[in-house]
Write a protein that binds this ligand. Sequence first.
Ligand code: EPU
Length: 362
Amino acid sequence: MLVEKNVPLQFYNSFGIVAKALALVRVRDEADIAQLLADPALKALPKFVLGGGSNIVLTGDVKPLVLKVEIMGKRLHSQTDKAWIVEAGAGENWHELVAWTLQNGYPGLENLALIPGTVGASPVQNIGAYGVELQDRFESLDAIDLTTGQSFTLSAAQCAFGYRDSVFKHKSAAADAAAVAGHPGFGLADKALITRVRFALPKNWKLVLGYADIDKKMAQSGVLSPSGLPTALQIYEWVCDIRRAKLPDPQVIGNAGSFFKNPTVSAEQCADIIQREPKIVHYRLADGSVKLAAGWLIDACGWKGKTIGNAGVYDRQALVLVNRGGRSNPVTGGEVMTLAKSIQTSVYERFGILLEHEPVVV
Ligand code: EPU
């Protein structure tokens, strides 16, 4: 185990923000953690777990010890009557795992194709797209407690998944606030490192439709399987096409995916907003509340395509903030957050809704 000093992080975060890790350790297996925790000085340091860096905004050099997760491996772990259990190392690239499962005949992750980031980060924010969330396919995960070095396994219930949320996004100091917000009241952010994740991929696979963009692709497509329904591979290809058309590739234009969560309001609040804004895009949820499209709210405030400093609002999807300075003159975390705050202010002034940002600000 090597402690690297002053490591540039520009290529380790999908915005391409320039910052350094004052100290960084690459974690390739559980033994690396054991070694790290055996050193009293390293054990005592605050730690920051870095996956693919696709959901973070770096606002300066990172002072906690950065643990860069590079635990690899993909395999069929086991199977039950109902599901194939596939296990992947936390350092594996998410999209490559999705492609691998489909190539090997284990469908179920196709709607989640092309989401940037690593396998280990996928449960942290409970990634989701086109009607499927990670929690729908999750079996369990292994993690290591960074204080004690103990390994443990968590079930879905123990991960406390919510919309772009889990126990790994909450700090334990915020337990009281989290409990008020309906969270179980404990947090594992920077206290645990996810090493492996297992997915339950259904043998009785059923396609998940009902999302406008996918339904449109299906209507346009003449190529369907003999059953008249698309295969998992077709859905995978459609999802890749839709994402490539709407979302910027972080290799080309730095970004962290959706920058804000879609807000939920009560039916009464929604009725009130609809009176003022009849065109507002909204989806009724089973519990009676209503989810609003944050991208539409931001777009309606005129932000699409706008730029402040080197931070911009993507011109094909207003929910995505981008690095307009490329690699040579990259956006700073401060510029991203200034733009984010300006957007929050205009959406609040017009709609009375406070947008919550999705990436972790470091
Ligand atoms: N819209 C606009 N203008 C915009 C953007 C969106 O009017 O600039 C409207 C669209 O026309 C549509 C609605 O808003 O009617 C929703 O847009 P879209 O279908 O693109 O989805 P989204 O709600 O903006 C969410 C996820 C994405 C995920 C897609 C597809 C969040 C925060 N975002 O976006 O996730 O890929 O649905 O399921 O929930 C991510 O988290 O990084 C991400 C990309």
